[in-house]
Design a protein around this ligand. Sequence first.
Ligand code: GAP
Length: 436
Amino acid sequence: MQEKTVDMDTIVSLSKRRGFVFPGSEIYGGFGSFWDYGPLGVEMKRNVKDAWWRAVVHRRDDVVGLDAAIIMHPAVWKASGHVDGFIEALVECKVCHQRFRQDQLEGGTCPSCQGLLTEPRWFNTMFRTFVGPIQDDASVAYLRPETAQGIFANFRNVQIATRRKLPFGIAQIGKAFRNEITPGNFLFRQREFEQMEIEYFVRPGTDDEWHQRWIRDRFEWYVSHGVKRENLRLRPHESDELAHYAKGCADIEYRFPFGWAEIEGIANRTDFDLRRHSTASGQDLTMFDEQSGEHILPYVIEPSAGVDRAFLVFLIDAYDEEPDKEGTRVVLRLHPRIAPIQVAVLPLSRNAKLVPTAREVWGQLREHFVTSYDDAQSIGRRYRRQDEVGTPLCVTVDFQTVEEDRAVTIRDRDTMDQVRVPIAELVPALRERLFD
Ligand code: GAP
């Protein structure tokens, strides 16, 4: 097993220095573990979401997309069990006043100072707000703690509009909010985060088989986007840790610098949610099953991933350092579909002979790839800067380009090999190296 070489502080500081992720509200001293994605972070986060959407919607014929509102009728959260069941026990140290989730403590004393703890207080981790100008109990609404319920509430609309038959799935990406007692570990546990969820509706009786298929598919998605297999593992839930709605669940876990932890859960939610919403709303949410000739309530397999956790995994797993003549080369070995910049165009220098051609090449490539341009400092420095943010390919324009052959050099981030390619053949040459 390969040992992790990078610690969280290194990742947090690289993220800030290079514009991946900034502490939220930093000019006011930060605020409650909220984080903001910077110019490179927003590109990479979009890539994570696009790669997921491509895999689970565009490349399949049995899953369609949805984008539901964050704020839903409060009755949704009553029916789903969140109003009564989405609660955590909070304990506070009587000496240092730090707060902890009781279920995350190993002993009965404060893990920081060994002080005595208060009795547990229960509180619901859904954020509450008010809809309309009057702030009273009748206008209370919640920021969704999971995107899943937007899918269940639209199950019938989607099924009728798309005339789907079982099995079929609905996928959604969006913000979720939880008033976590102990947010932390950078992007890992936040109070505002993003989820990528699929509710995959199946005929009861086929649910176990579909559960296993989704577990396999989702695990391989991380591997196929560059995460090292040895840093991933599957952990089936024990029966006493299953969520209130689940018959079975397996977590995909990653070996973070702080230990193994969940990045995605794949649950068998049975017909729990559709049944509860059907009863609470009075609407018939069954569908006609041609095979049995009956109206049935489908079972649901739910692969539920965190965008921010996936982002963090890609960042950590890609991080590498190797000795070079200037000391250390930091490289993010990001998959080309995840890397925030795909190609950087670098003139050998700012010489007036080179710049127009370099800019012309940059203009051409921008139509096809996410491309940046950098002409500040030495070429060696600029390669290092691109390596540090994971740019897979650099294109260098030199004097030979403008004086002799209208060809440029493609330099590979991982091997540092350089090949010369005519400008006229550059786009297919880059595409082949990035995506084939
Ligand atoms: N609909 C099922 C559901 O929400 P979950 O295990 O509570 O299940 C699913 O959340 C995923 O959402 C997790 O595997 C994780 O990736 C992400 N997630 C949950 N809470 C989070 C938090 N506080 N900060 C960042 N990501 C979180």
